[in-house]
Write a protein that binds this ligand. Structure first.
Ligand SMILES: Cc1ncc(COP(=O)(O)O)c(C=O)c1O
Length: 441
């Protein structure tokens, strides 16, 4: 007979709190509006699905089950799922249960019972990403994982960090603080929009390397355009020169189908509240085994943890419920299947993009060629400011989009998700057409 503790560990992340005790049993009577059984129905629909991901991508009956697994407000159309994603009901419910159990006696239930269960989530994340469990840290978001790397690698005044001007503003701010504080040098360069030549991207990094270059920061997927960058060849080129590459995977993990073997990098951080649909405030940091001892954590940890990936999780008292509910989100993601999810997100993007491209004044800042982007794309309408168009779509049509005003690219970033319906995309297309024909005044 497994004891209570090992039994719970074996259930990591799968709503185990339902089995924990009276208060958790009470919490199981969660609000009816959550409909957590929606996930089970969705996953049933994918069982035995034998068509190719591309074929399954356009089967609206199949995806209707996935749409029902969420609790989103259908009176509006949310096309900013890249910012942060709603979680399916079953993920919300798992989190609520873990939180209720935590509150029974947190020093015991949260610290002694639930916190050790994080190891099960670590294992599952590592398997999904394709690394060793001992290389996987669970963080609060991509910002935390990236800043661990950005601050944790020693640099001296005059040392150069190379990145692009399309990297995420907070990550640029992080290095800019080191510029002010320590006198390092930050070199940024523009990436073509769109970028369909991986060899050119590698060359753009390579030709800026000097004998003072100590570090490269690059995005796996650029947030303003959805552009996917060729991580592996950049990492290989940099490794030959002894330069580590920090990869910002905030938008990539669980969005399109890849694993660590495709990247070969030493440092990778992502958020899990974007495309994995895990609770808000979840992310992971991968650090290759032999790089762990030399990377400083953001918050100090004891010397005994120097070569332990858990040193990056020494952040003081923190909630456990959100971390454990990552398990439910992983189950949902794996039940759909990463390749099928990617294909559906590409299908949704193509649905709206191909319709809008029939308009003369519409331009895409994102490649529709396979491998260069997935569910996110950036669209511009000639003669209408992105901010004005976004305001119009919200005021007149209750559609949420993200206006982007970047020197390399001005337009609307559109990021539907697996719960987005075809009708919602048609409403968006009609809204933009309305703006084109009649203006946004
Ligand atoms: C490319 C990129 N990096 C990092 C981040 C930071 O993510 P988070 O706010 O979840 O830490 C974002 C957020 O949108 C992003 O787009």
């Amino acid at each position: 007979m497994p004891d209570r503790r090992s039994f719970l560990t074996s259930l990591a992340g799968a709503g185990a709190a339902a089995l924990l005790g009276p208060a958790a049993a009470a919490a199981r009577t969660s609000p009816a509006y959550l409909h957590p059984q929606g996930m089970a129905r969705a996953l049933d629909a994918f069982q035995g699905e034998s068509r190719s991901p591309a074929e399954a991508a356009s089967d609206e009956d199949l995806w209707r089950e996935v749409q029902q697994a969420f609790t989103v407000d259908r009176s509006m159309v949310n096309l900013n799922n890249g910012g942060v994603s709603p979680a399916p009901a079953a993920v919300q419910e798992a989190m609520a249960r873990y939180l209720a159990f935590s509150n029974e006696a947190p020093v015991h239930t949260m610290w002694n019972v639930l916190e050790p269960q994080k190891e099960g989530v670590r294992q599952r994340l590592a398997r999904s990403f394709g690394c060793d469990t001992e290389e996987m840290a669970i963080t609060r978001n991509a910002s935390e994982g990236l800043q661990i790397c950005q601050f944790g690698i020693d640099l001296e005044a005059g040392d150069e960090v190379l990145t692009t001007d399309q990297d995420y503003p907070r990550m640029l701010t992080t290095f800019e603080q080191r510029v002010r504080r320590e006198g390092i040098v930050l070199k940024k360069f523009p990436i073509p929009v769109p970028a369909e030549d991986p060899v050119e991207i590698v060359r753009l990094f390579e030709e800026r390397i000097t004998d003072r270059t100590r570090l490269i920061l690059m995005c796996h997927m650029i947030n303003i355009t959805g552009q996917i960058l060729p991580v592996r060849p950049v990492v290989e080129m940099a490794r030959e020169r002894g330069i580590p590459v920090i990869v910002d995977g905030a938008h990539a993990y669980a969005h399109f189908d890849f694993d660590l073997d495709d990247l070969g990098c030493d440092y990778y951080a992502t958020s899990l509240h974007k495309w994995l649909f895990a609770p808000f405030g979840t992310g992971f940091l991968y650090v290759r085994h032999d790089k762990i001892p030399e990377l400083w954590p953001l918050m100090a940890s004891p010397e005994t943890l120097d070569d332990d990936i858990r040193k990056f999780e020494e952040i003081g008292t923190h909630p456990c419920a959100n971390y454990l509910a990552i398990g439910a989100a992983l189950t949902f993601h794996q039940g759909i299947g990463p390749a099928r999810k990617e294909a559906r997100l590409v299908h949704l993007r193509n649905t709206w993009a191909q319709e809008l491209l029939q308009e003369d004044r519409v331009h895409l800042h994102t490649s529709l060629e396979p491998g260069f982007a997935a569910g996110i794309a950036n669209v511009a309408v000639e003669g209408i400011e992105p901010g004005e168009l976004a305001r119009f779509l919200w005021d007149r049509h209750r559609i949420i989009v993200t206006p982007i005003s970047h020197p390399d690219c001005r337009g609307l970033r559109i990021s539907p998700s697996v719960y987005t319906t075809a009708e919602e995309l048609h409403r968006f297309v009609d809204g933009v057409r309305h703006a084109i024909r009649n203006g946004v005044a």
